[in-house]
Design a protein around this ligand. Structure first.
Ligand SMILES: *[C@@H]1O[C@H](CO)[C@@H](O)[C@H](O)[C@H]1NC(C)=O
Ligand SMILES: *[C@@H]1O[C@H](CO)[C@@H](O)[C@H](O)[C@H]1NC(C)=O
Ligand SMILES: *[C@@H]1O[C@H](CO)[C@@H](O)[C@H](O)[C@H]1NC(C)=O
Ligand SMILES: *[C@@H]1O[C@H](CO)[C@@H](O)[C@H](O)[C@H]1NC(C)=O
Ligand SMILES: *[C@@H]1O[C@H](CO)[C@@H](O)[C@H](O)[C@H]1NC(C)=O
Ligand SMILES: *[C@@H]1O[C@H](CO)[C@@H](O)[C@H](O)[C@H]1NC(C)=O
Ligand SMILES: *[C@@H]1O[C@H](CO)[C@@H](O)[C@H](O)[C@H]1NC(C)=O
Ligand SMILES: *[C@@H]1O[C@H](CO)[C@@H](O)[C@H](O)[C@H]1NC(C)=O
Ligand SMILES: *[C@@H]1O[C@H](CO)[C@@H](O)[C@H](O)[C@H]1NC(C)=O
Length: 417
C-alpha cells in the first residue's frame, strides 16, 4: 500500500499515517494543531503477539480519565518546548472522559465544566483533536455517537473547532439494532463527516479508526478514515521499558507505519524518552510521502527455519522507503547478540549492487555493505535501524557469482551451486 492509497480520495492532505508524527508539510490545514494522544497500551514488546494482551478497552495514557484543560494546555506547551512539535507531532488528542455522562436536553454532548471550565471552543483556539466512541457510550461509558453521528460531527467540528476525531469501538449496540459489522458502524460516522463537509464547505474532520486492528481494518480503513490503529499504542515513556526496549518499541511502531500517539506525561518524561520520540530520521520514514507500507520480517524468528513464537518474534525486518531500503534488527534475546544478514535475504535489495549504510539511531554513516551486514553487540531487547542506499556495482571477482546460489548458472550452462 502506498501512502497515497491510505487517503480517502476526497480528503486533502490527511495525516498520513499517524495521529501524531505528522510533519508540518503534511498538515491538513494551515493551522498548527497538536496531538498529544493519550492513547496507548500495555503492549511492551513488538511482535509479542497482541492476542492475550489486547485491551478490551483501550488503556490510553498516563492520565486515563484524570484530564483537564490545564493538563491539555500544559502538555501542548511542553510539546513545543521539548521540540516534539518541531519533530512533527502536531496534534493534541484529548481522548475519553471529557464529557458529562449525559447529553443535554437538546441531545448534544456537553463538556465537563469542572475539567474544561473555559469550554471546548476556547481550548481549540490553541489545540485541536478529540477522542470519541462509536457505540452507545465511549469506552469509559460517557456518551457515544451511535445514531448521533451527524449531530456530534457538527458539534465537534463547527462548534468546538476540532480537526480530528479518534473514534473508538466500545459499547456496541445489539446486532438487531445495528445490522452492521464494525465497518458499517464506522461508515456511519464517515458519511456524517463527509455530509457535513459538503454542507459547510470546510475540509472534513480527520477520522482516526480506533478499533484496535479488528476485522482486517488495513483492507478497508482507507475507505472511511485517514488513520487506523492496528494494535495497541505507543508506550515509550511509560511502564518499565529499559532505554533499549523503548527505542525498539518506538522503532517498530514507526517503521511499521503505525500512528505515533505519544501517551506519556510530558512533564515527567525523561530526556531519553524525548530523544527517542524525536528521532527525526525514524519519524521521516514513518511519514514517508512516497511509501506507505511498513517493514515486514524476512526472517520470522530464531527457531529452525526462522519460525517465530511468542517469546521470540521476528528479529530481521526490511521495507522500501523513499530514500532506500530500511532494515530493522531486533535482538529478542536477554543477552547481547551479533546480528548478521545477507543483503539479498530482503526482496528490496538488488543483487550485484553494494550499499551505503546509514545508522538511524547513531545518526552516522557506517561504510559500505557488500553482500552482507553484521551488527555487533546489539544490546538485549535492543534495536538497529539502518537505511541502505545503492552505492554502485559490487567489486568484481566476488565468489560465488550469485549471492543466492540457487540455480546459479553460467552462460555456457555450467551450474555453480
Ligand atoms: C489527577 O491529576 C491531578 C493534577 O493534574 C493530580 O494532582 C491528581 O493526583 C491526579 N489524580 C489521580 C487519581 O491520578
Ligand atoms: C466532571 O468531572 C468531575 C471531576 O472528575 C466530576 O467530579 C464530575 O462529576 C463531572 N461532572 C459531570 C457533569 O459529569
Ligand atoms: C433485540 O435483542 C434484544 C436482546 O435479545 C431484545 O431484548 C430486543 O427486544 C431486541 N430488539 C428488537 C428491536 O428486536
Ligand atoms: C512495572 O514493574 C512492576 C514490578 O515488576 C510491576 O508491579 C508494574 O505493574 C509494572 N508496571 C507496568 C506499567 O508494567
Ligand atoms: C529522504 O531524504 C531527504 C533528504 O535528506 C529527506 O528530506 C527526506 O525526509 C527523506 N525521506 C524519508 C522518507 O526518509
Ligand atoms: C520460543 O523459542 C525459543 C527458541 O527456540 C525457546 O527458547 C522458547 O522457549 C520458546 N518460547 C515459547 C513460549 O515457546
Ligand atoms: C548468507 O550467504 C552465505 C554465502 O552465500 C551463505 O553461505 C549463508 O548460508 C547465507 N546466510 C543466510 C542466513 O542466508
Ligand atoms: C560477507 O560478504 C563478504 C563479501 O563482501 C564475504 O567475503 C564474506 O564471506 C561474507 N560473510 C558471510 C558470513 O557470508
Ligand atoms: C555505526 O557507527 C557508529 C559510530 O561508529 C556506531 O556507534 C554504531 O554502533 C554503528 N552501527 C552499527 C549498526 O554497527
Amino acid at each position: 500500500m502506498t501512502a497515497k492509497d491510505r487517503r480517502a480520495p476526497s480528503t486533502p492532505l490527511p495525516p498520513l499515517l499517524s495521529d501524531v508524527g505528522i510533519p508540518k508539510r503534511m498538515k491538513p490545514t494551515g493551522t498548527f494543531v497538536f496531538v498529544l494522544a493519550l492513547a496507548l497500551s500495555p503492549a511492551v514488546f513488538i511482535g509479542a503477539h497482541a492476542s492475550e494482551g489486547v485491551a478490551k478497552l483501550p488503556a490510553w495514557n498516563a492520565y486515563q480519565c484524570n484530564i483537564s484543560e490545564d493538563i491539555v494546555i500544559q502538555n501542548a506547551n511542553l510539546m513545543i518546548s521539548l521540540g516534539l512539535a518541531d519533530a512533527g507531532y502536531n496534534y493534541v488528542n484529548i481522548d475519553d472522559c471529557y464529557a458529562a455522562k449525559q447529553r443535554n436536553s437538546d441531545g448534544d454532548i456537553v463538556a465537563n465544566q469542572t475539567k474544561f471550565p473555559s469550554g471546548m471552543k476556547t481550548l481549540t483556539d490553541n489545540i485541536h483533536a478529540l477522542g470519541f466512541d462509536a457505540g452507545w457510550f465511549t469506552c469509559q461509558l460517557y456518551p457515544g455517537s451511535y445514531q448521533n453521528e451527524a449531530r456530534d460531527a457538527k458539534l465537534f467540528q463547527d462548534e468546538w473547532g476540532f480537526d480530528y476525531l479518534k473514534y473508538d469501538n466500545c459499547a456496541v449496540p445489539f446486532d438487531n439494532i445495528t445490522r452492521e459489522n464494525i465497518m458499517g458502524r464506522y461508515a456511519r460516522m464517515a458519511n456524517a463527516i463527509s455530509d457535513l463537509s459538503q454542507s459547510t464547505g470546510n475540509p472534513p474532520l480527520i477520522l482516526s479508526l480506533c478499533e484496535w486492528g479488528r476485522e482486517q481494518v488495513w483492507l478497508w480503513g482507507k475507505r472511511y478514515g485517514q488513520s487506523w490503529r492496528l494494535t495497541l499504542l505507543l508506550f515509550s515513556g511509560n511502564g518499565n521499558l529499559t532505554y533499549e526496549e523503548s527505542k525498539t518499541h518506538f522503532t517498530a511502531w514507526a517503521l511499521m507505519k503505525s500512528p505515533l500517539l505519544i501517551g506519556t506525561d510530558l512533564e515527567t518524561a525523561s530526556d531519553q524518552t524525548i530523544e527517542i520520540l524525536t528521532n527525526r530520521e525514524i519519524i521521516a520514514i514513518n511519514q514517508d510521502p512516497v511509501v506507505g507500507t511498513g517493514v515486514t520480517p524476512f526472517r520470522w524468528g530464531i527457531n529452525p527455519d526462522y519460525i517465530s513464537n511468542n517469546t521470540h518474534p521476528a528479529q530481521y525486518w526490511s521495507g522500501e522507503s523513499q530514500n532506500g531500503t530500511v532494515f530493522m534488527l531486533i535482538n529478542t534475546l536477554d543477552e547481547p547478540a551479533t546480528m548478521f544478514f545477507n543483503l539479498t535475504e530482503s526482496p528490496w535489495i538488488r543483487a550485484g549492487i553494494q550499499y551505503s549504510v546509514r545508522d538511524l539511531w547513531a545518526h552516522s554513516n557506517n561504510g559500505t555493505a557488500v553482500r552482507n551486514f553484521t551488527a555487533y553487540d546489539v544490546p538485549p531487547h535492543g534495536v538497529v535501524a539502518l537505511l541502505l542506499q545503492d552505492a554502485g556495482d559490487e567489486p568484481e571477482g566476488l565468489w560465488p557469482p550469485c549471492a543466492v546460489t540457487e540455480w546459479c548458472i553460467s552462460q555456457s550452462g555450467v551450474r555453480i551451486d
